[in-house]
Design a protein around this ligand. Sequence first.
Ligand code: SF4
Length: 255
Amino acid sequence: MRRNAAEVLERLRDHVDLLEESGAGFCLAGPGKPQAAGRAVPAGTKPAPPRPGAPAFRPAGGSGPHAPDDRDAAEIERQVRECRLCPLHRLRTLAVPGEGNWAAELMFIGEAPGRDEDEQGRPFVGRAGQLLRKIIAAMTFREEEVYITNVVKCRPPENRVPHRDEVEACFPYLVRQIELIRPKVIVTLGKTPTEHFVPGRAGMGELRGRFGDYQGIPVMPTFHPSYLIRNEGNRELRRMVWEDMQKVMSLLGRK
Ligand code: SF4
């Protein structure tokens, strides 16, 4: 019982922290901000194991209705780690295939690995990743319930935007991941992934907050967490991201 109460409190702290961070603090009643110290996922930390007593989720390659074959998932990861299809392989430390649940309902797609991700071979482990993981927690998902990846799997030099030919070389890996996972919703983070799923000339300001469609899967474009960090004082941006995520939660029956 005590452990359950601690878990509920922990989830509540995540949620409140995200509301604060997203500029949605106006939703919160009462003074003071709960301390979320220690809740960010530090670089190098592996995803937490399932908490005792937590609701069951479909494990990678597990028993869910669309659970893919472990061998397929492992084979994609192996191919990505050994891939030399575009010049980005020359400068990488580690390729970053993605991580999470291969039978996830919700999939997040970012642009490309950064320095921390390149060093660890894991997606979204730097500062932007910590914010994304807070957003995921605030959406009432555990990290091991979702799948997180990028459009390109190797770090572009100086974190530049990936070139079109690099994205085109890498995109088949992402297509295969989506085919295997078959998520109910995809969230694209920032312009690079969004323009490949919701084509057109519109900017993120117009595209965000409205579901697009990819092969029958709803796609919600929203701002990349690193953009929120670069515009740290802009609470309106955070409020917009939280609004977008609430639409995703609604579609998935999480609110
Ligand atoms: Fe291969 Fe993609 Fe890495 Fe290019 S970015 S080397 S296509 S895994």
